[in-house]
Write a protein that binds this ligand. Structure first.
Ligand code: UDP
Length: 311
């Protein structure tokens, strides 16, 4: 029997990669998305695939799906800080009500549930790198609180369904990820820097650029998500690339790889911007036998290639 996977947020950056990955493996894929920050054009290459269905729906409201569903993957949410500042209430709703609805659907279908959580649950971390047993340092009422707290609530809700209803759940704490099918105007560092570099416009580094992130290429992430989905582990697992760099280093690397004439300009650091971030992926290595393989230069070159096709 063909398995069916339902992916909320399936037209977004990570969601659209997952739709394509599971279709190539002979799975039926149902994409549920309200297109608030996702793009239907991300699905152009699969829109006519016989095993693919797109449903325009806001998962923060009740959902009914006919037929069997074996896996529910909850990826719907604004994920760029610029987006969750623009859509604070939708972000809180999709992390709370949306997670509740997606869990409810998984429960009636007796499906495995996977939550797309985030490194933002660690906030501006006081432990570095971040292991899963670190509880985090989050400002609940700051501009990022709408995302961070919604995802923290979503994790609590997911484990409550596991403990109360015996549901098979997975929680992926996804660290900074990049690659093709990010939007040019996404607002996050890599799409911003590449878009600016290709136009020879100033590269906007926020603060002094000495804050760090660790960037994971999308294909590595989707392989990690797939392994987690098919694992028997129910607690959170960090998925990301531990290769940490400063934003200034990233800006210089993008200028080098694009051969751009852009200059770096410094702009104000957004409130509560985490100063450091690096995943401790010991758990993923041990439980999933997973680790990222794509180095940042290779991944950036592929992403730059994609952004050039958008021009
Ligand atoms: N950033 C930057 N310039 C930009 C966009 C982002 O310097 O044009 C910085 C941002 O302040 C943060 C880092 O890049 O320190 C990563 O930001 P992003 O929005 O990509 O994701 P975050 O990790 O903050 O969720």
């Amino acid at each position: 029997m063909m398995k069916t996977i339902l992916i909320t947020g399936g037209s977004g950056f990570i969601g659209s990669h997952l739709c394509k990955l599971f279709l190539t493996e002979g799975t039926q894929v149902i994409c549920v998305d309200n297109l608030l920050t996702g793009s239907i054009s991300n699905l152009n290459s699969i829109s006519k695939h016989p095993n693919f269905v797109f449903t325009k729906h806001d998962i923060s409201t009740d959902i009914e799906i006919e037929g069997p569903v074996n896996y529910v993957l909850h990826f719907a949410s604004p994920a760029s800080p610029a987006d969750y500042e623009r859509y604070p209430i939708q972000t809180l709703k999709v992390g709370s009500l949306g997670t509740h609805n997606a869990l409810g659907l998984a429960k009636v279908k007796k499906a495995v549930f996977l939550l797309a959580s985030t490194s933002e649950v660690y906030g501006d971390p006081l432990v570095h790198p971040q292991p899963e047993d670190y509880w985090g340092n989050v400002n609940p009422i700051g501009p990022r609180g709408v995302y961070d707290e919604a995802k923290r609530f979503a994790e609590a809700m997911t484990l409550a369904y596991h403990r109360t209803h015996g549901m098979d759940v997975k929680i992926a704490r996804i660290f900074n990820t990049y690659g093709p099918y990010m939007r040019r105007n996404d607002g996050r560092a890599i799409p911003n820097f590449i878009s600016q570099a290709l136009l020879n416009e100033p590269i906007t580094v926020f603060g002094n650029g000495l804050q760090t992130r660790s960037f994971c290429y999308i294909d590595d992430l989707t392989q990690g998500l797939r392994s987690l989905l098919y694992s028997d582990f129910n607690e959170p697992v960090n998925l990301g690339n531990p290769n940490e760099m400063t934003l200034l280093e990233l800006a210089k690397l993008v200028i080098e790889l694009t051969g751009s004439k852009s200059k770096i300009v410094f702009q104000a650091l957004p409130q509560d911007d985490p100063r450091v971030r690096q995943p401790d992926i010991s758990r993923a290595r041990k439980i999933l036998a997973w680790e990222p393989k794509v180095d940042v230069r290779t991944g950036l070159l592929k992403t730059i290639q994609y952004f050039k096709t958008l021009e």
